[in-house]
Design a protein around this ligand. Structure first.
Ligand code: SF4
Length: 238
């Protein structure tokens, strides 16, 4: 594949202003800031995907967090959800370090790319259906560029699952009707007429609401990561 194609796409995403409400929100958050991050210059723009252009495994969230990705400019970086996700990726051997704090912190992902169906932080972490649909073409383009190598996707949460399925269909995989239901540990394979299929694995979102309450434990997250890595043909540490 053409790595520069994905880099160009990421640059274009970072300049998008298609959703007025989200542009206003992300920029206001960047201006007002949270007291703990008063000395930061917030990113305040759409957050592109993160990870190598020849990734075999995709991790799909929903949208960046206001003081996480919207502050640091990298998916799941600088918030509690990311602390849990990158710790687990490190534990199973898919990340170079357990922490993700800022661009340039040295974090590398091994065969994994992290992205989302909505690239701007939404108020209350909830994009509208219209914003979700407006942002979908970015994910479709990303998926098309990754198709030569990507073999599995771990989708975090029911909202991400519902938002991502139409993008998988538009990118060339066949999504069964009725659409497969989300569940933690759910597995479904999307066939493609003109290439390899894509193994989908569902996982509860790594939100604080799930991780603080024990609905999603580190063991559960490591287990589904290993499952998804195996489906993708990536070696994962036991
Ligand atoms: S959510 Fe997506 S489509 Fe909307 S402004 Fe952000 S990057 Fe653009």
């Amino acid at each position: 594949m053409d790595p520069s194609g994905l880099e160009r796409l990421d640059q274009r995403i970072a300049g998008c202003r298609a959703c007025p409400r989200l542009v206003g929100w992300r920029e206001e958050v960047a201006r007002v800031k949270r007291a703990a991050f008063a000395d930061w210059t917030y990113w305040g723009r759409p957050v592109p995907g993160f990870g190598p252009p020849d990734a075999r495994l995709l991790i799909v969230g929903l949208a960046p967090a206001a003081h996480g990705g919207n502050r640091t400019g990298r998916m799941f970086t600088g918030d509690r959800s990311g602390d849990v996700l990158y710790r687990a990726l490190y534990d199973v051997g898919l990340a170079s370090q357990a922490t993700a704090t800022h661009l340039g912190d040295g974090l590398e992902l091994y065969g994994v790319r992290v992205t989302s169906p909505v690239h701007c932080a939404p108020p209350a972490n909830k994009p509208t259906p219209g914003e979700r649909d407006t942002c979908r073409p970015w994910l479709v383009r990303e998926l098309r560029l990754l198709r030569p190598t990507v073999r599995a996707a771990l989708v975090l949460g029911a909202f991400g699952w519902q938002a991502a399925l139409p993008a998988f269909a538009e990118a060339g995989w066949t999504v069964p009707r009725p659409r497969p239901a989300f569940a933690h540990g759910a597995r479904v394979t999307l066939d493609a007429a003109d290439g390899p299929g894509l193994h989908l694995v569902g996982c509860f979102h790594v939100s604080q609401r799930n991780t603080f309450t024990g609905r999603l434990t580190p063991d559960m997250l490591r287990d589904v990561l290993r499952m998804a890595a195996e489906a993708a043909g990536l070696p994962a540490r036991k």
